[in-house]
Design a protein around this ligand. Sequence first.
Ligand code: HEC
Length: 118
Amino acid sequence: MFRILIVVAFLVTVVSCNSLLQTSELPFSDVVANEDVMGKWSRSCALCHVSGVADAPLVGDSDEWERRLAQGEAVVIRNVLEGLNSMPPLGYCMSCEISDYRAMIGFMAGTNERQSHQ
Ligand code: HEC
């Protein structure tokens, strides 16, 4: 009986922590799009994500991004690395790190901050 109580208490803790994380943090909101990231973004991603070539989700189209981010960060990142339909693998950015992609997506979706050096 005591063991069951411990298991139940553990499950309740895990579930409540999960929902806390989901409500308090937007996807990709923990990364800042600094000048370095924005430079790479302009050279690689802007081409399609500003014009909407082949239905690329547009910068700042928050409804469209919300729908895509609902897949979860891991799936979205995988789609960038592997490509998705007309979205080229790595988004044509050979020098981008995962942290760069995370900041770029947060910028396009409007979930993180953009920071420029003064
Ligand atoms: C050649 C055009 C092109 C370039 C360059 C490009 N994208 Fe895309 N991207 C697309 C298209 C088209 C889609 C929509 C794919 C679909 O859903 O069919 C897309 C979708 C995405 C998505 C959503 C994936 C999902 O899971 O729904 C992300 C994130 C993304 N691009 C990030 C980037 C980043 C970051 C870069 C630059 C490093 C980049 N893209 C460069 C065309 C491009």
